[in-house]
Each structure stands twice: as C-alpha cells, then as structure tokens.
Design a protein. Structure first.
Length: 224
C-alpha cells in the first residue's frame, strides 16, 4: 500500500507564502492506478515529488509498502528510489547523449542486479512491449514526442519498480497518442504489479484510473 497522512508543504516565495499542499491524506493499494487531478498550480507536482521522495513535506508522513520514506537517510532513500521507484516526467526524460537502449539500460546498470546479457534481453523485451524495437540504437533527438515518452516509460519500469510516478506524462502529446501511452502504462503496470501514481488534466485518463484525487489550491477536494 502507498499512503500519505496529513501531508503539508509550504513554499516561501516573493509573492508571500504558498500553501502548495494542505493536510492531504489518502491511500492506494499495491498494484492500483491512482490519478491526481486539478488545475494548474493546485499542487499535483508537489504531491508527486513528495510521494517519490524528491521533496520533503513540512508535515505528515508517506508510507510506501510499509516504509516511511521521509524517515530514511539520504543514502537509504536514494537506494529505495533506485530499486523500487520509476519516474516519468513531462519533458526532458531521456539523456540526450545516450541511445535509446543505453537510456533504458541506465537504471539497470546502477542496480547491478542483472548481467550484461540479461540487461540486453530485458531491453529487447521492453522495446517490443512499447513497439519500438526498430529504434534501439536511435538517439533521442531522432524520436517524436510520443516515442520519447514510450522510451521514458520503458526505462522507468526497466528495473521492475514497485511504484511508478508519472507527472503529466501525456501533456505534450496529442490526445490519441497520450491515451495509447497511458493504456500501455496501465496494462504493463498491472502485468508487473506496479502501482502507478500519475498527474493529469485529461478526463479520459482519469476514467482509466482505479482512483482519482482532485486537488484545489493544495487541498484535496474529492476522491473517487
Ligand atoms: N519551488 C517553489 N517555490 C515556490 N512556490 C512553488 C514552488 N514549486 C511550486 N510552487 C507553487 O506551489 C503551487 C503548486 O505547484 P505545483 O507545481 O505542485 O502545481 P501543479 O498542480 O503541478 O501545476 P501544473 O498543472 O501547472 O503543473 C503553485 O502555486 C506553485 O506556484
Ligand atoms: Mg505540475
């Protein structure tokens, strides 16, 4: 289970104090898909960053599979992220100086669980699943936006994380390509029993998720 309890985050800024998150609590079972919805500035990215351990909330706790991630040391947290979490961001996911297969290999080589041959097999399998086998030696600048996001997704799940965090992964894609990507994400995540938490503005995507949390000005106004 992934759970947040009374998460708050305040940013001091030139315009005064911003209550980016106020007392957010929720939980989602392992293997489920959770969407975070809400208009621009409502706190979606802040919440995802706190869930993924990229930012520390001012109050409250976040538990991922029984571990209070913000109670971990910096080193323990980065090991936990490397082993159990995958990230897909809105832009700039791929390392521009590495080929498609080198990008996917990157988290696998950090974790040192698989040998070279196993890594190559895993990459080939993932590229097949995202239907981009022919691009294995392409460089990121040679890809379309949708192709980049499919590769970013393949890389994010390459090490079989327990949890995938995706911040508006379809925001710069057309509706059809975006829907296809999310369907694929949900399908493959179920196959691997990976919990997905993603933020989106897209009503079609919200319908596909097991649960949706709606944010407004940092507050949770509904879940369904
Ligand atoms: N580092 C920061 N310093 C100051 N204020 C911040 C910072 N990061 C975010 N904020 C503010 O916190 C609020 C929530 O921002 P957040 O990025 O979480 O919103 P969002 O829902 O992801 O928006 P969008 O849909 O535009 O991506 C906004 O008012 C934003 O301006
Ligand atoms: Mg955002």
């Amino acid at each position: 289970m992934i759970g947040a309890e009374n998460i708050s985050k305040i940013y001091p800024s030139g315009r005064g104090v911003v209550n980016a998150l106020s007392n957010i609590s929720f939980s989602t079972p392992e293997g489920a898909t959770l969407a975070i919805a809400g208009k621009s500035g409502s706190g979606k990215t802040t919440l995802l960053n706190c869930l993924g351990g990229l930012e520390r909330p001012d109050t409250g706790s976040i538990s991922c599979f029984g571990i209070d991630i913000h109670a971990l040391s910096k080193k323990q947290l980065s090991l936990f992220q490397r082993q159990h979490m995958g990230f897909v961001f809105q832009f700039g996911n791929l390392l521009s100086f590495l080929s498609v297969s080198e990008n996917i290999a990157f988290p696998l080589s950090l974790n040192k669980v698989l040998n070279k041959k196993e890594i190559n097999n895993r990459i080939a399998g993932l590229l097949e699943k995202v239907e981009l086998s022919e691009l294995s030696s392409a460089m990121p600048f040679e890809l379309s936006g949708g192709e980049m996001q499919r590769i970013a997704f393949a890389r994010a799940i390459a090490h079989s994380p327990k949890m995938l965090i995706a911040d508006e992964p379809t925001a710069n894609l057309d509706t059809e390509t975006g829907n296809k990507l999310v369907k694929l994400m949900f399908f493959l995540a179920k196959e691997e029993n990976c919990t997905i938490v993603l933020s989106t503005h897209d009503r079609d995507l919200i319908k596909l998720a097991d649960k949706t949390i709606y944010l407004l000005d940092g507050r949770k106004i509904a879940d369904e």
